[in-house]
Design a protein around this ligand. Structure first.
Ligand code: CP
Ligand code: NVA
Length: 311
């Protein structure tokens, strides 16, 4: 059966652990990266802007020996010039993997319904699984074993928060999410994460979230596609900036993470994101290492056979 990654819960704990192990192995020993994409193409289709995601996918594909093909939606004009299904079917005749950043998550589901190559979600309005894989990888580097660790996510209960919740559940990480009224994580996601055995706690005071946290995490208050809500969101999130005082209420040591792009002075102060607790640049670079290991998993019969898990 074709493997896809639309949300982190398409994986299981063993595959997730193997992806992280392979990502670390190949990060430290690039000579051992399997050239499984030699002579093959991977398409990366974008309906929204990107810095990290595009670059990480292109570099992951290139270092696996393949050829990345970047396509903006303006070129294929999904569902106007041609249906999503016809665009995806065309891509699948020439490429081994379809990766896409979309607004509506259902666009990705429509692709998986018609193609027999893996489809990878590079961010939709509801999920950002590739980000969550890189986040776990970064935590693993800093904290070692993930099980029993605690992440405090402070901000909008958005796509990044949802994928982080699934990733936490699959790796035994406790997650506390503090959001203002009306901006909490979708209750369906909370239910699903709890059904997976995950520990996700929703709180309304950031100080309750960060107590005992090994990681403090934030994302923008206004995601791509929500620009019209910016003023309303600025009002709702006033007072929710992660600052040095909030960081002091977490564990010592604690790391600060952010998927980026960041808005200094909104969701986080400059002294925190540019300070010694921040790991955001390594986290950004880990997007490539995580994407590479993910592609190998998706193209493997059994990712475990490739290199096993190493730290
Ligand atoms: N974190 C992330 O996905 O960044 P881009 O939007 O720049 O790809
Ligand atoms: N939540 C943000 C993440 C950007 C990487 C967005 O969807 O715009």
């Amino acid at each position: 059966m074709t493997r896809h990654l639309l949300e982190v819960d398409d994986l299981d704990p063993v595959r997730l652990r193997t992806i992280l192990g392979n990502a670390l192995t190949w990060k430290h020993d690039p000579g051992s990266i399997p050239q499984i994409l030699a002579g093959q193409g991977v398409v990366a289709l974008f309906q929204k802007p990107s810095a990290r995601t595009r670059i990480s996918v292109e570099m992951a594909v290139a270092t696996l020996g393949g050829h990345p093909i970047f396509v903006r939606d303006e070129e294929v004009d999904l569902d106007r010039r041609e249906s999503v299904e016809d665009v995806a079917s065309t891509m699948a005749t020439m490429c081994s993997v379809i990766t896409a950043r979309v607004f509506d998550h259902r666009v990705l589901e429509r692709m998986t319904a018609v193609v027999d190559v893996p489809v990878v979600n590079l961010l939709s309005d509801t999920a950002h699984p590739c980000q969550a894989l890189a986040d776990l990888l970064t935590m693993r580097e800093d904290l070692g074993e993930l099980e029993g660790r605690r992440i405090a996510y402070v901000g909008d209960g958005n796509n990044v928060a949802a994928s982080l919740a699934y990733a936490s559940a699959l790796s035994g990480v406790e997650l506390a999410i503090a959001s203002p009224d009306g901006y909490e994580l979708d209750p369906h996601v909370v239910d699903r994460v709890r059904n997976l055995g995950g520990s996700v706690e929703l709180v309304s005071d950031p100080y309750d979230a960060v107590r005992g946290a090994d990681v403090v995490y934030s994302d923008v208050w206004t995601s791509m596609g929500q620009e019209d809500e910016r003023e309303q969101r600025l009002r709702a999130f006033a007072g929710w900036t992660i600052d040095a005082d909030l960081m002091k209420a977490a564990n010592d040591p604690v790391i600060f993470m952010h998927c980026l792009p960041a808005h200094r002075g909104d969701e986080v102060t400059a002294d925190v994101i540019d300070g010694p607790q921040s790991v955001v640049w390594r986290q950004a670079g880990n997007r490539m290492h995580a994407a590479r290991a993910l592609l190998v998993d998706l193209l493997s019969e059994d990712g475990l056979l490739l290199s096993g898990e190493r730290t």
